[in-house]
Design a protein around this ligand. Structure first.
Ligand code: OOB
Length: 544
């Protein structure tokens, strides 16, 4: 099995330790400390089912350690990697802290992922186990797991929350917490996150205890979290934004309480904010817009809410402007990435900065540069490629030489793929993306990944997928499909084919246009990038 690694150069690692950024703490150690400090304080309120469930810090530690010991009793060994695909529920936290306690590494999949993506994560991470819920949003994850067992020879254990069917029930995985391994090295990899990058399949992002805990600690400070924080986890808990910016981990680190809603809808979330006196919530821009619309109709007492964080995709200033008056709280823009760098507008920034920028980095040790196509720095205020190196930004993806060669400069900067401009205070404004990825309501995927699925249809000659600006989603995807000579194909057939290929539903193109020739549809012989650009412009002018 390929070892997990995050090779910060020794000189930089030493500097981060000396500066006190990396403190040497680890997740299992912290859970014990939290449970000792405030055992009966509520850690998680799970309001996703019919009856709310409350888990205190003491109970979280108790259940997590028993679960960790249970995994060992099932024959898994410390060092095993385990793909976790759970919706927002108490079991997610029990599973993740249980894995930490057992010295195993979670791989965080999203609830929308399907067999194709999960198979990729299992294979790439050489994971031995999978933790799922029985069904989610009408999708039977157990059927998926059966397919995965045939597809992935390394998958030996499947644990299911709910009706386990032929698999092992999550609730039965428990044992006396003896024989748990010693705490991991703080510089070791704690887990793998998923990237939504511009090329090919999602990549795996190894994050260490040292680096992740630093970003969480600083995020919690910047966002003013404390033991009285009540954080509403609106987006999937396994996403980096919801985990750590400051997210549920930042809330737990501060001794606060995480509230889990049934869904992200205004109808589910606004009453919970009122009932549980939620102080901070995090959403993507399309959700902010939906919540604003819902607020026009109904009165809710949202006086407890101090901060609404909006991030994951570009928030338009026109929407940003409406948030503070409508919700009576501070807007905080968050521009982050699973690879590391997170930018926040600060709570006391002037209004102009809060509305019009995506904030500035967490740390003064974040080395941010904005460069042109040749790698030269661009002057303040002008757009360029964002590159970053720092105490919580990765130096390498896991097991992906191609992506590593493309994504990092020789001097170790991560090329984010984002086009930004920077003001003289260091605030960044996102202007776009250099690569071909689609950011659909905060859910990202590469055009190439879905093009490759469509190319598997033998009646298809060529395909190009482009992002189209969309008033409610931010971006939607449009596939231009060229059939082979002499055959025809209908959009409905392509959609059906894609659903059968078991990919996340958000990757299925919102629009499909059948064209006679892609190169003729655009003009002249073009690079892929220019072709996409021309198709996008043509599509927009036709629909205008
Ligand atoms: C967050 O993380 P990822 O890994 O799902 O996506 C990262 C990409 C960024 O490179 C950028 O293209 C886009 O998502 N993005 C934004 C943005 N926040 C993220 N684009 C414009 N404005 C923003 N505010 O999405 C993520 C991770 C941690 C905190 C927040 C978001």
């Amino acid at each position: 099995m390929l070892p997990l690694d995050q090779p910060y150069p020794e000189a930089r690692a030493r500097a981060y330790r000396n500066a006190g950024y990396w403190t040497g703490e680890t997740f299992p150690q912290l859970l014990r400390k939290w449970a000792e400090d405030h055992p009966s304080h509520p850690a998680i309120i799970d309001a996703s089912g019919t009856d709310p469930r409350v888990l205190t810090y003491g109970e979280l530690q108790y259940r997590a350690e028993r679960f960790g010991a249970g995994l060992l009793a099932q024959g898994l060994k410390p060092g095993a990697r385990v793909v976790v695909q759970l919706p927002n529920c108490v079991e997610f936290f029990v599973a993740v802290f249980g894995l930490f306690a057992a010295g195993m590494q979670p791989v965080f999949a999203l609830p929308a992922h399907r067999q194709t993506e999960i198979a990729h994560f299992l294979t790439k991470a050489e994971a031995e186990a999978l933790i799922i819920q029985d069904t989610h949003d009408g999708y039977d994850c157990r059927v998926m797991a059966q397919g995965l067992q045939k597809q992935c020879s390394n998958l030996s254990h499947v644990f299911v929350k709910g009706d386990a069917d032929v698999f092992t029930a999550f609730e039965t995985v428990q044992a006396q917490p003896i024989g748990l391994p010693a705490d991991p090295a703080p510089s070791s990899v704690a887990f793998l996150l998923i990237s939504g990058g511009s090329t090919g399949l999602p990549k795996l992002i190894p994050r260490t205890h040292d680096d992740y805990l630093y970003s969480i600690r600083e995020s919690a400070r910047i966002c003013g979290l404390s033991a009285s924080t009540r954080y509403l986890a609106v987006l999937p808990v396994s996403h980096n934004f919801t985990l750590s910016s400051p997210g549920s981990f930042g809330t737990l680190l501060s001794g606060g309480c995480v509230v889990l809603p049934r869904s992200s809808s205004a109808g589910d979330c606004l009453p919970l904010i009122e009932y549980y006196r939620v102080t901070i919530a995090a959403v993507v821009p399309p959700l902010a817009q939906l919540w604003l619309n819902a607020l026009k109709g109904k009165q809710h007492d949202l006086t407890s809410l101090r901060v609404l964080q909006v991030g994951g995709a570009k928030l338009q200033p026109e929407i940003a402007m409406q948030i503070e008056p409508a919700l009576g709280c501070r807007l905080q823009q968050v521009f982050g990435m699973a690879e590391g760098l997170v930018n926040y507008t600060r709570l006391d920034d002037p209004e102009d900065i809060r509305i019009n920028t995506q904030g500035r980095p967490i740390s003064k040790a974040d080395e941010v540069r904005v460069v042109d196509d040749t790698g030269d720095r661009v002057p303040v205020g002008l757009p360029g490629h964002l590159q970053v190196r720092g105490p919580y930004t990765i130096c390498t993806y896991h097991n992906d030489d191609g992506a590593n060669a493309r994504s990092f400069t020789d001097d170790g900067f991560y090329c984010t793929g984002d086009i930004v401009s920077r003001d003289d205070m260091g605030n960044l404004t996102v202007q776009g993306r250099a690569g071909d990825h689609i950011n659909r309501a905060g859910e990202k995927f590469s055009a190439e990944e879905v093009e490759n699925h469509i190319l598997a249809l033998d009646r298809v000659m060529d395909v190009a997928i482009v992002s189209i600006p969309d008033a409610s989603l931010g971006e939607r995807s449009c596939a231009f499909v060229e059939p082979r000579t002499g055959v025809s194909i209908r959009p409905v057939e392509i959609r059906k084919f894609l659903r059968k290929r078991e990919i996340a539903p958000y990757k299925i193109p919102d629009e499909i246009e059948i064209v006679s020739s892609l190169q003729k549809t655009a003009v002249g012989k073009l690079s892929r990038k220019d072709l996409r650009q021309q198709l996008r412009s043509k599509h927009l002018s036709e629909k205008a």
